[in-house]
Write a protein of this length. Structure first.
Length: 156
């Protein structure tokens, strides 16, 4: 309850009146097991159908989702942590490509406007993939991504 000194009237401030920041509900944060399953499915799809077909499949499923950039970075990082943990525990190896595509898919399906980025460097030749949100690298160290010349965006 707030009291206005000029008019001596009392105003009740409700929680609903306060501005809210968007956040990813905890029910939408995928488990590490779910992320590991998505990495497995993605690796199989890449091997069977190829990169372009898999990108097309992802694009068709996310372009119809309304996307926002009004979300704090912290909830986005919670989802990233689940994907990174699944990638670290994945038998064999889940590369930056698989982890970035799974992270992109999960966040875009939740309505978060993230950007899937790819880059290359010539000497020594190396390719890399990462996710950005509001200009900030989410699943890598920004100093590492600066070594790569960014390619044009391939996903919406």
């Amino acid at each position: 309850m707030l009291k206005d000194a000029a008019s001596s009237s009392t105003t009740t401030l409700e929680v609903a009146d306060l501005p809210r920041r968007a956040s990813v509900p905890s029910s939408q944060v995928p488990s590490v097991l779910a992320c590991g399953s998505m990495i497995l499915a993605l690796k199989l799809a890449l091997r069977i159908y190829g990169f372009r077909t898999v990108l097309g499949w992802i694009a068709r499923r996310v372009e119809v989702m309304p996307a926002t950039t009004g979300l704090d970075v912290a909830p986005v990082r919670v989802v990233e942590r689940a994907v990174a943990t699944a990638g670290a525990l994945y038998p064999g190896r889940a590369l930056c490509l698989e982890q970035s595509l799974v992270l992109y898919y999960v966040l875009r399906r939740q309505g978060v406007r993230v950007i899937y980025c790819q880059g290359v460097r010539a000497q020594p030749f190396e390719a890399h993939a990462w996710i950005e949100y509001r200009g900030e690298v989410i699943n890598d160290v920004p100093e590492h991504t600066r070594h790569f010349g960014r390619l044009p965006d391939l996903l919406p």
